[in-house]
Design a protein. Structure first.
Length: 453
């Protein structure tokens, strides 16, 4: 027998519960109602069957009497539509007294243990549909992530930013120091790169006069996977003409605080074992001062390598001073930045797109921001001098094999880009902080995994 292709005129279970809660215990009252969902529990008492029906809004008990609705030939996990009268049991349980029960989809594989749910971590990642099906908490956490994205969009839209879309397949990769994924266009007969950042295209739009732009989308980096790194991840980047990194500091504080209040109702979260408050203002410290406090500030590459080796930090893969500084930051500074912290004023060698400070050309107006000992994002006062940018590209190519410059971007700067502040925020990491998750894979619906043998 063919199953129905639709179940019209249904309402969500949460709305039915409101009406059923008004009914006196042991009574039925009101007009017939129709709900649909998945059967998640069954209890038989003679010719009366109790079913727990679940949809996205909640759960309700179905009272199915055989003499009223016929025999109940259902398995746990079946999807059904039910018509009946709002009711309440003598014990006060909101229910639907069923007059008609209709099978809409038949389960073919048994559900996991309905009490414990999906407990194996790899199964949760590989079969996310089972995790969502069995765990209301998991569903709610991904709904929080969706609200985070909506809140960020609303914040930026309300302040005059224009959302744009820039190429995912790019003839050159840039905007970050990272390895790309490479593909090939048969029609163009050339290699293309999945973008590692949206930065350089967004700043072209600042040159073009849009003045406030942002993009919220996927970036791709062909690098290591860890609790905070994924090869495919979601970022929001924005660029604001006539602003600098101090303006951007204030804006990111306000945006994160707003997103927290709108999505979880508070700025106080428990993240990576720490109670932190995301409300502005955040702590601000300089990178060089943090390295000095730890006895790590030196511009001598060999000395810095020795200092890191003494502290048990593996430096074998770091072949430049700038990479060693980044290693010192990630291993010996970042873990201590528990409260929301803005770490600012970086050496020019580690920041090829940031503008020098007014006082010291060897230090640039860049900051990263951290919560719970983990970086959430990165920001600059942008370089808008084409000659300086070309020189930085050349230095970057000399320091990092395989890194590319972008002559077209330098040409765009030659037409004049106003002073600009820019920022990138990792959506997956922000979702980790707001939901208290320890692994980035827990905030990505279908994370990248190694294929099974």
């Amino acid at each position: 027998m063919a199953l129905p292709k639709r179940f019209p005129d249904r309402e969500e279970i949460a709305a039915l519960r409101v009406e059923a809660d008004r009914v006196e215990p042991g009574e039925e009252a009101g007009e017939p109602r129709r709900v649909a969902g998945r059967v998640m529990a069954r209890r038989d008492m003679g010719k009366l069957v109790f079913l727990d029906l679940v949809d996205r809004s909640g759960k309700i008990q179905l009272l199915v009497a055989e003499d009223r609705a016929g025999p109940v030939d259902l398995d746990l996990g079946d999807i059904v539509g039910a018509t009946g009268i709002p009711a309440k049991t003598r014990r006060g349980e909101a229910s639907l007294a069923v007059t008609e029960l209709e099978l809409l989809a038949k389960i073919r594989r048994p559900l996991p243990d309905t009490f414990h749910g999906v407990t194996e971590t790899e199964t949760r990642y590989r079969q996310r549909y089972l995790d969502l099906l069995m765990s209301e908490e998991s569903r709610r956490e991904f709904e929080v992530r969706a609200r985070i994205v909506a809140s960020i969009r609303r914040y930026l839209d309300d302040r005059g930013f224009v959302e744009v879309e820039t190429p995912i397949l790019q003839p050159r990769y840039g905007g970050a120091l990272a390895n790309p994924f490479v593909t090939h266009s048969n029609e163009l007969d050339q290699d293309l790169y999945l973008r590692i950042a949206t930065e350089l295209y967004l700043k072209r739009l600042i040159v073009g006069g849009l003045e406030r732009v942002y993009e919220l989308g996927r970036d791709f980096r062909n690098e290591s996977v860890s609790y905070k790194h994924a090869p495919e991840f979601t970022m929001v980047e924005w660029y604001e003409a006539y602003a600098d990194y101090e303006d951007t500091m204030r804006r990111i504080e306000e945006l994160v605080e707003t997103a927290a209040r709108e999505t979880i109702g508070t700025t106080k979260v428990t993240f990576r074992g720490h109670e932190v408050d995301l409300a502005a203002p955040w702590k601000r410290v300089k990178l060089v001062e943090q390295l000095e406090e730890r006895g790590l500030w030196t511009r001598d590459e060999d000395e810095l390598r020795r200092l890191l080796d003494e502290r048990g930090v593996d430096t074998s893969a770091n072949d430049t001073w700038s990479k060693l500084v980044d290693h010192a930051l990630s291993h010996l500074v970042e873990p201590d930045l528990i409260e929301p912290t803005i770490l600012h004023d970086y050496p020019v060698e580690v920041s090829p797109f940031a503008r020098p400070t007014d006082d010291d050309p060897s230090i640039v107006e860049r900051f990263e921001f951290f919560v719970g000992g983990m970086e959430l994002g990165n920001a600059f006062t942008e370089i808008n001098d084409p000659d300086e940018q070309a020189e930085r590209f050349a230095q970057q190519a000399a320091d990092a094999a395989g890194q590319q410059g972008d002559p077209d971007y330098v040409e765009a700067l030659a037409y004049g880009m106003p002073p600009t502040g820019g920022l990138g925020l990792g959506i997956d990491r922000l979702a980790m902080a707001l939901t208290g998750k320890e692994n980035i894979r827990d905030t990505i619906l279908f994370p990248a995994l190694r294929e099974r043998d």
